[in-house]
Design a protein around this ligand. Structure first.
Ligand code: BF8
Ligand code: SF4
Length: 634
């Protein structure tokens, strides 16, 4: 039977178990919320001062202004700016933690070695530092200082991380629009200020502030985080493993990492390997670590740890009855996990000062005590294993092979086998001759408003069938991995003929003895920076603006504010960015028109909303074809 909640067969099986076990899930709570508030859905309610809340009647029969006189256009724009700023704040805070980690690591104050000297030197060179400096730690400290300088920039000059890493043509566009960010904290503060009662009442001006937040996110959030994390933990290279809940093992201690920050999960993986004998001593065959959401993507990319599942099925992981411990850090963690864990033997562990959940065990994580807390967590998982109730265990037998680890460096590495001098040339040539029609980046979440994974999978199948190369991150990558689009068989089954030919040639040349997958897993949501780097490299190689490239983006099932800030960044890059779920903006015709059309002239990119997967794929293909035409490609 068709399940409107999810197309993931493991999740479907576990939903039945959840019903038997009387577990309430996100889908039940979604049903209980129906009908959702129409004003909120349209974005026309305001609570920014305590004369309110105010709401505008979308049918034009009730109030057309808030008490202060503000219109629906301004309310919608202000609400969106706050959401995008919150998304940026999430990534900037993550970036800050990563910079601090590199700082302390380089000073030898914490036990995190610098793993990727090559990346460190490349980043230093990009920043104009003396990248040949012999002392690696001293060089790392210079990079750290450059990052801190941006984060604490008190001048009026823009952040260096943007100017140093974005395509030149883009920087000029942003400068003209006055949206180059100074320091990220200041811009996020300004966004809050600009949207308080009695401030900006010009929707266009607010939309430019939204675009600026996109740049804050792209460079002070995503790019900075990935750079620091690659230096610390290594730049990903191709790995092969499996995805979906069938990766949990009945005879192993199952430890699930969930959240976003590899500072903790890398240590967990390391200690799970070391403490395996202790697991064996209690009767397990070893310790199986598996990942949910972006912590999962991080340890997949660098350590080959299997993916358990994405956002919407996080509760169902516990319903297997086989998760001994789920350890969470930050972002996208459903508070309901603690209640569900209490119905099984699962120990839910929170670790961060800004994420505590009543009912969970809190083991404080800090950079200084990382090894101790990781060991404690692994030992708790081993202990929890001894309390597992076999009668409650059901692990759905679904696992899909997945090849991941496609950093830009890994992609260039594979392409260099075809042209060592100019690694991008084979890719560009194949785009130019039409073997690859274009590139679409699918990113972002699951959203309970739509069937889990369905949009990602149906749209991407249509894209690759039409010879579009797809790169993916975040929960989109999970969805596509589970559906078999990230392995060589997926190429045979789903890729169009000319795309297949290219993927086979690269796979063979790179010594993989199999075609590259039709969808390349580029990492977590912060690793959307890798997609930005790829786009930038292509633009620089061709000497054109990134807005001219036959490249598009899509968040088919966005739920988080971060998805909005990432999408906004893609639009500022001049890229058409599809959303499969409508954000709360329809209450303003003016804002909707600017986002989906009006801004294109000045910024190059636009949002494109389409709630039907095949139509969305066709729309993106049309967009790519138009860009090809403008470039003089057939
Ligand atoms: O940062 S894709 S549901 S997990 S927000 Fe969250 Fe969305 Fe998943 Fe990764 Ni990104
Ligand atoms: Fe109402 Fe204006 Fe206050 Fe918003 S800022 S709650 S619209 S009075």
């Amino acid at each position: 039977m068709y399940d409107v909640r999810t197309i993931d067969l493991a999740a479907q099986e576990l939903l039945k178990k959840a019903a038997t076990d009387e577990i309430e899930t996100v889908w039940d709570r979604f049903d209980a919320q129906q009908p959702q508030c129409g004003f909120g859905t349209l974005g026309v309610c305001c609570r920014h001062c305590i004369q309110g809340p105010c709401r505008i009647d979308p049918f034009g029969q009730g109030p057309s202004k808030g008490i202060c006189g503000v219109t629906a256009d301004v309310i919608v724009a202000r609400n969106l700016l706050r959401q995008v700023a919150a998304g940026s704040a999430s990534h900037v805070d993550h970036a800050h933690d990563a910079v601090e980690a590199l700082d302390l690591a380089a000073q030898g104050k914490i036990d995190y070695p610098i793993t990727d000297e090559g990346k460190l030197r490349a980043i230093a060179a990009g920043l104009g530092l003396d990248s040949n400096m012999e002392d690696v730690n001293a060089l790392a400290l210079e990079v750290v200082q450059a990052a801190y300088k941006d984060m604490g920039n008190m001048s009026r000059k823009p952040m260096n991380w943007v100017v140093a890493h974005a395509p030149k043509e883009r920087v000029e566009v942003w400068e003209k629009l006055g949206i180059l960010p100074r320091n990220p904290d200041r811009e996020i503060r300004e966004a809050l200020y600009q949207t308080t009662m009695g401030m900006d009442a010009d929707p266009l001006n607010i939309l430019l502030a939204i675009a600026k937040q996109g740049l804050v996110d792209g460079y002070a959030g995503l790019k900075l985080t990935t750079d620091m994390q690659d230096i610390l933990f290594g730049t990903p290279a191709p790995v092969v493993t499996e995805s979906n809940l069938g990766v949990l093992k009945e005879d192993y201690v199952n430890l699930v990492v969930h959240g976003h920050v590899p500072l903790l999960s890398e240590k967990i993986v390391q200690w799970a390997r070391k403490l395996s004998p202790e697991a064996e001593a209690v009767g397990a065959k070893g310790i199986q670590v598996a990942g949910i959401c972006c912590s999962g993507n991080e340890v997949l990319m660098r350590q080959g740890v299997p993916l358990a599942t994405n956002y919407l099925a996080q509760e169902l992981a516990i319903v297997t009855g086989a998760v001994d411990t789920m350890v969470v850090d930050v972002q996208c963690i459903m508070p309901s996990l603690s209640k569900i864990a209490s119905c099984y033997h699962t120990e839910l562990i929170t670790t961060m000062p800004v994420v505590k959940i009543p009912g969970a065990t809190h083991i404080p994580f800090s950079l200084e005590n990382a090894d101790e807390s990781a060991q404690e967590i692994v030992r708790k998982a081993i202990k929890a294993f001894t309390k597992r109730d076999p009668k409650k265990v059901h692990i759905p037998n679904y696992r899909t092979t997945i090849m991941a680890g496609f950093s830009v460096e890994a992609i260039s590495g594979a392409l260099a086998k075809l042209d060592a001098e100019q690694p991008l040339k084979p890719l560009v040539d194949n785009i130019a001759n039409g073997n690859i029609l274009g590139v679409v980046a699918t990113v972002g979440c699951n959203n309970v408003k739509v069937t889990q994974d369905q949009f990602h999978v149906e749209m991407v199948k249509e894209l690759v069938k039409n010879n579009v190369l797809v790169v993916a991150t975040g929960c989109s990558a999970h969805a596509l991995a589970k559906a078999g689009l990230m392995n060589s068989e997926g190429t045979e089954e789903y890729a169009g003929e000319t795309l297949k030919g290219v993927l086979k040639a690269i796979g063979e040349a790179a010594g993989l003895k199999a075609p590259l997958p039709p969808v390349l897993h580029m990492g977590s949501c912060v690793d959307n920076s890798r997609i930005g780097d790829l786009v930038t490299a292509l633009a620089n190689y061709l000497g054109v603006d990134s807005a001219a490239l036959p490249v598009a983006a899509s968040a088919p099932e966005p739920q988080h504010e971060k998805a909005l800030s990432i999408g906004t960044w893609a639009v500022t890059m001049g890229i058409t960015t599809h959303l499969g779920v409508v954000p709360p903006v329809l209450g303003s015709k003016e804002v909707t028109e600017l986002l989906t059309n009006g801004l294109t002239e000045v910024i190059g990119g636009k949002f494109y909303v389409e709630t039907e997967p095949i139509k969305a794929a066709q729309g993106l293909i049309e967009d790519i074809k138009e860009k090809r035409k403008k470039l003089g490609l057939k």
